[in-house]
Design a protein around this ligand. Structure first.
Ligand code: ADP
Ligand code: MG
Length: 265
């Protein structure tokens, strides 16, 4: 803690706080996540996982890890500060003005590349949502918040536990099937839809009807003015059977979509 000055509190959650800090030696700004460590050894291990996994991810589209340490029953994770805030805030700022399709595709392409990097290391993010995607001052997009992520295969049972935000949860999770790489693809589809329509794809007045809509893949049609490619992409990503849903590898390489996205990378 000594090496940093707290500038302000930018997030307050069940885990603890997110602080905007300045490193005294370099005058550089960072985000410091302060996580209250639980008492139990497994709880501590779970909390540490976020720092361990984030530290392994070095990619231009993933929030850069800087440092982590423990003090006074807290875990501190120091990471790159993204001055543009999160994508949910950015969406809200639009009011009802649609984003230009090129901007949507550019952001989406960057999210795909970042997520593919995670998947290539057999890690699942498990909480992809617009609130966990960050924008830098120069408009780049970065995935953040690895607090729910897990390593595939290490503990299969763990992948069964539901951790996500209801709006972004895929049909297989509601169906009690294991979380897999395609479940992250579904969540990315929800974010893509949000960028296109400025609203959630699946909305309902009760949990029960929300889940039913998700499991049927019955999303509100996208605004008609959007280019065909975006309609097509969303449709592929909302295939209810994870096997029919494209992987990030498919989206970025072998699909006709890839030609569209590569232009934006
Ligand atoms: P949680 O979702 O578990 O509360 P997050 O890591 O998503 O924790 O951080 C909480 C909030 O802090 C975010 O919604 C965002 O507003 C802010 N925040 C987190 N990381 C960054 C970052 N790298 N750059 C800028 N703001 C951030
Ligand atoms: Mg978050």
């Amino acid at each position: 803690m000594e090496g940093y000055t707290i500038l302000k509190v930018i997030g307050d959650g069940s885990f603890g706080r997110a602080l905007q800090v300045e490193q005294k030696s370099s005058c550089e700004q960072y985000v410091m996540k302060e996580i209250r460590l639980p008492k139990s050894p497994t709880g501590i291990q779970n909390s540490r996982r976020e720092a361990v996994l984030l530290s392994k991810m070095k990619h231009p589209n993933i929030v850069a890890f800087r440092d982590s340490f423990e003090a006074d029953g807290h875990l501190y994770i120091v990471m790159e500060y993204c001055a543009g805030g999160d994508l949910l805030q950015r969406i809200k700022q639009q009011k009802n003005t649609p984003f230009p399709p090129d901007m949507i595709l550019s952001w989406f392409a960057q999210m795909c590349v970042g997520t593919k990097h995670i998947h290539d290391q057999r890690v699942l993010h498990r909480d992809l949502k617009s609130k966990n995607i960050f924008l830098t001052s120069d408009g780049a997009v970065k995935l953040g918040d690895f607090g729910s992520s897990c390593v595939l295969n290490s503990a299969k049972a763990y992948a069964y536990t539901y951790v996500g935000t209801p709006y972004y949860v895929s049909p297989e999770i509601w169906d009690n099937k294991p979380y897999n790489n395609k479940s992250d693809v579904w969540s990315l589809g929800c974010i893509l839809y949000e960028l296109c329509a400025l609203s959630h794809p699946f909305q309902a007045s009760s949990w029960k009807s929300l889940i039913l809509k998700v499991c049927r893949g019955a999303y509100t049609p996208l605004p008609a003015h959007l280019p065909y490619e975006l309609h097509y992409l969303v449709k592929q990503m909302f295939k209810t059977n994870p096997r029919d849903r494209p992987s990030l590898h498919t989206i970025l390489t072998s699909h006709r979509i890839s030609r569209l996205l590569q232009k934006h990378l």
